[in-house]
Design a protein around this ligand. Sequence first.
Ligand code: ADP
Ligand code: ZN
Ligand code: ZN
Length: 741
Amino acid sequence: MYANIIINITHEKLDKVFQYRIPDSLKEELEVGAEVIVPFGKNSREIHGYVVGFSEKAGYAEDKIKEIFSVAADSMAIEARLVKLAAWMKETYGGTMIQALKTVLPIKRKEREQKKRRLICLLQEEEGQKRLEYYRKKNQKARERLMEVLLEEREVDYSLAIKKLRVTADVIRTLEEQGTLAVESERVYRNPEIRRDRPAEEICYTVQQKEAIRIFSQDYEREQYKTYLIHGITGSGKTEVYIEMIGKAVEKGRQAIVLIPEIALTYQTVMRFYRRFGERVSIMNSRMSAGERYDQMQRAAGGEVDVMIGPRSALFTPFPSLGLIVIDEEHENTYKSEQTPRYHARETAAARAKLEGASLVLGSATPSLESYYRCQSGEYRLLELTRRAGSQPLPSVYTADMRRELARGNRSVFSDILHGKLKDRLEKGEQSMLFLNRRGYAGFISCRACGYVVKCPHCDVSLAAHNNGKLVCHYCGHEEKQIQVCPSCGSSHIGGFKAGTQQIEELVKRDFPGARVLRMDLDTTRKKDGYEKILSAFAREEADILIGTQMIVKGHDFPGVTLVGVLAADMSLYSSDYRAGERTFQLLVQAAGRAGRGRKAGEVVIQTYSPEHYSIQAAARQDYTAFYQEEIAFRKLMGYPPAEHLLAVLMTGKDEIHLETAAGYLKACAERIGVETMDVIGPATPYVSRISDVYRKILYLKCPKYGMLVKVKNYLEQYIQINSGFQTLRIQFDFNPMNIF
Ligand code: ADP
Ligand code: ZN
Ligand code: ZN
């Protein structure tokens, strides 16, 4: 038997399986996923690697095969099933196998296990008293103190003895050797603190909740493990449905993973799961210590936990019998990894669920086009919650046409209607949120008089103003000159959109001198806990107005807020990205969902230069279906995902000219493959064309078949490997990227 090993070096040339002989001492224990130390290269230096399989036959000459040194101390083995998942990720997203293996192993090192030690008295009363007398006579004060307590309590906590009784470890050892006491130790887990506040309330599910639960349970009973999309408006009770579905899996002796964007992983959310599943719920987040996270993974692997809640990486929790994965807010960008392998948690969860025979439940108020598209094609089962569970009404939404404001002579950032409503809230002592939509902002040029936006004639996305004074397309590289006059209406009010949260804060303070204002953006949240401090101050109603970027629209309930103002809906609408319309719709619906969470009804004002755009109209009516119909038609027409698939090839290098030449070669290579249905677009220069003297170029490949793009990726990877011209460049693949580069 030979072990097939992936060595721990991220280099494309070494990205293959190496065979090693298994020493007799390891024959019994070596398993797939174990981390081992092996001799490697000419000098047989020690290198770490992971066992990914075994084979009966030698693939090379017998005498060329070296022997494994040992299993790495303190290593964490990767579950065999997760090794399979890693292989799938490498194939699907590119990169090397070792990168994929490290991704499915979020905790790489064993942490020190925490032990609780106790001292147990071994002497009977009479004998003990004699010993105590003896210590007294000898004037051994520390022993005397310890003995007194031991006789009284029979057992003492080790650290208490050291700290409170001021006994040294030496003294304890001596008494242990004498047979006076025994030291017992027990493993304790460092669990994140979750306090149970009140028991779960019995709730009466709505008709729609019941129906969703019934469909899922019926399939589950029949061992039909499928993928479901719960499309439910905010407040429709999705979380209650997840909890019930998890209950079903747990009842069958299986475990569940719940993915939640880190930003929304709040105490309130965790509490709801805790009320139902108690101590058998665990969480993962980036604020926990390595020891805490290690312990939680160990508890999960050991079957002490039924539900793991966490962000993206919690997907790799090594449960013994995973039965369900839930992904809340499945449309969120944070589910896509920005490191190679650039995996999407949604697709990877589907792959893991398939490998392990589990169900997958996705949930969102504004599903991703991808997921909804798959419901239409019958791949996913759609479960709809169209009504709120409680009695709160949805907020009223107003759209302010900023072109008309300008025509009327209002040049301020606030429309008259928003100004009026802000004043009204301040008078009534109610809270408002002002949301500046800067996501994906990349310098588009628009006309403030008529709303005209300069777009790429080939790609139908906005052109971005680059520092060299040109307007550039981020997909195909098309360039044109900066313009001074609007080609549509002749106005000179055409230019970039510039307004930051800080400026907005100043304007609010000028217009409403008495208002208490909080601002949340990258600046004010840089310090530790900055984010939570601002949110909790606002929740305690210590401010009247909260101004912020997209950070403020996620996951937090402020019952005192009755007005939400969206200052520049267009910022995300015209980012130079094919997902701009989708992102805008999602942000607007979520922002609107922030208003009127308490007892009083809420109002929303959306300010825009393009009120006729379907994303804005559909968001104002909170009508997902209308939005989807328009958006999918655009994607189909232009061949953007999910209608077709897009593979971004990001190339970076220090020598600009060399990079350009190499990009040209790679493009030619992709074209030579001759896939008829594939378009090769670019190479283009990203908005950030250089980061610390490293230049960047990007090539896009577009094709209706994902599998075909994977083949092309494999081919390009080979081409890059054998051509020395690529050696000084870094090349990364990104399938269906969430962000433009
Ligand atoms: P979503 O996740 O869809 O936004 P939640 O599950 O958070 O919705 O539910 C919103 C609120 O409604 C929560 O306070 C929840 O406790 C409550 N709720 C959910 N389902 C019901 C129900 N059937 N009856 C009464 N209240 C409910
Ligand atoms: Zn114009
Ligand atoms: Zn273009």
